[in-house]
Design a protein around this ligand. Structure first.
Ligand SMILES: [Zn+2]
Length: 484
């Protein structure tokens, strides 16, 4: 099945077909600037990037994906060499650490977050500081192709030379230039011109040799150079947050196409903002929420992922804490169902009723699931399908009307769904098989408890423990956990 995705560059749905001869889908994702803890809006972006790759793989594509790690050059004002310091250096000063240690610290934290939300690693995580020579090469090409010029402060891209500038974002140079002229530094030719290479002061930390003297790269050039270096001149899909569309992605296109003369990205996929209480997150307003904060309040990072998937990635999502409660309940509903199915499948005997009316048509559900995702990553529809299956089969499961064979099929189906979702646990319950003997002891104990015969209940519990299982009483009945 082919993925059809909304292309923010052409403003239309586009079927994903490989543009290179080897048939591999090349994806470049704008990654984190490793200078502080990301907020949950950044995490939405990483999860959407992961969802895209997993969906493509699920649909049968071969994918090569890159997510960069920006550890130099992301200036507070990303277009001016003179205005705004490097975010890495501001963090280094704030935390009294070197920029290298800041980068290592927040890179490690970034990977820990990916792990917590069960995002698969991309194929490559290039560090900007390790690709400076590739950036210098792109800048050299831009100068020789007439797109860039040198000033006393650095090398700038001349946006007026690139006729397609503004096509992605709709910000045309003609519209904005007159009013913005006041803010232009004397050396910069046009308001939209942006810095490619910054000439560094002697004492500036993190600087490299270049044909234009010691300095460091601008932020935008990093993505163009790393994408080209690792994926080639033309890539299939470029992803990022909608807030990066201008100027960052607009500038990436100008640089990449200006240097190579070829189309840079075939499809652009942008996810919408995540707002908190209807506003953009801000530390000062106390609306800057991190994954740690979610965990501290007792929610699972995967419940946050479930919350994200309930909303389409191109819709704005307004985060409110009460939504985490229902997301938690929703995910627990799926997990409980899966736990019960696992318990059914590991039984030694199959005493569920085999009835043709209770059979699950896995093929049909698989198709519906793939269809939902193939339609521009329709996670809300995919989740609705999961609940449709639960609503249909849970009553059968409860009334012992589901055979073990059907249970195995349902489990396989949910496993294939979770290769995309990454939020269901299949592990714990499967480590040890619940034998018929243990299952009988459990039901005897259930009966004893109903009859308030606690002496017998305790005796049976001991016997269950002897068989290798701990048994706990919960609102959902007795729960078995294998003793390690
Ligand atoms: Zn980027």
């Amino acid at each position: 099945m082919k993925l059809r995705t909304w292309n923010t560059a052409t403003k239309e749905y586009t079927e994903v077909n490989p543009i290179n001869h080897d048939g591999i889908i090349r994806i470049y994702n704008c990654g984190p600037t490793v200078y502080s803890t990301p907020h949950i809006g950044n995490i939405r972006r990483f999860i959407v990037a992961d969802l895209l790759v997993k969906t493509l793989v699920h649909l049968g594509y071969t994918v090569r994906s890159v997510m960069n790690i920006t550890d130099v050059g992301h200036l507070m004002d990303s277009d001016h060499a003179e205005a705004g310091a490097d975010k890495m250096l501001i963090a280094a000063e704030r935390e009294k650490l070197t920029p290298e240690i800041i980068a290592a610290k927040y890179t490690q934290e970034f990977f820990a977050i990916l792990n917590q939300v069960r995002a698969e690693p991309a194929n490559f995580y290039p560090r900007a500081t390790m690709h400076v020579p590739a950036m210098i090469e792109v800048i050299k090409n831009l100068i020789s192709n007439g797109f860039a010029y040198e000033t006393n402060s650095g090398i700038y891209f001349d946006v007026t030379k690139f006729s397609n500038y503004g096509n992605l974002s709709g910000n045309t140079t003609a519209e904005v230039e007159p009013g913005a002229r006041i803010g232009i530094r004397e050396e910069k030719r046009h308001a939209f011109d942006f810095v490619l290479w910054v000439k560094a002061e002697k004492e500036h930390l993190m600087q490299w040799d270049s044909p234009w003297g010691r300095g460091y790269p601008g932020w935008h050039i990093e993505c163009s150079a790393m994408a080209q270096h690792l994926l080639g001149e033309s890539i299939d899909i470029h992803t990022g947050g909608i807030d990066n569309m201008f100027p960052h992605h607009e500038n990436e296109i100008a640089q990449s196409e200006g240097a190579s003369g070829k189309k840079f990205a075939n499809i652009w996929v942008h996810n919408e903002h995540l707002l908190v209480d209807g506003k953009k997150m801000a530390k000062s307003a106390g609306t800057f929420i991190t994954l740690d904060e979610i965990i501290k309040r007792g929610y699972s990072p995967l419940a946050f992922k479930f919350l994200l998937f309930q909303t389409h990635y191109r819709s704005k999502l307004n985060f409110i804490w009460s939504a985490m409660d229902s997301a938690s309940d929703g995910l627990k509903g799926i997990q409980n169902f899966v736990d019960k199915i696992i318990a059914l499948t590991v039984r030694e005997t199959d005493d569920g009723l085999l009835n043709s009316a209770n059979e699950i048509n896995s093929e049909e559900y698989s198709k519906k699931f793939a269809n939902a995702l193939a339609n521009d990553l329709g996670t809300p529809q995919a989740i609705a399908l999961v609940f449709e299956i639960i609503r249909k089969f849970n009553p059968l499961l409860e009334s012992n009307g589901l055979s073990k064979q059907e249970g195995i099929k349902i489990l396989e189906l949910f496993r294939s769904f979770d290769k995309v979702f990454g939020m269901i646990s299949f592990a714990e319950q499967e480590k040890t098989t619940v034998t018929k003997e243990v299952a009988d002891l459990v039901s005897m104990r259930e009966k004893a408890r109903q009859e308030k015969n606690y002496t017998l209940s305790d005796e049976l519990r001991k016997q269950i423990i002897d068989k290798g299982f701990d048994v706990k009483d919960s609102a959902n009945g007795q729960q078995l956990t294998p003793i390690k």
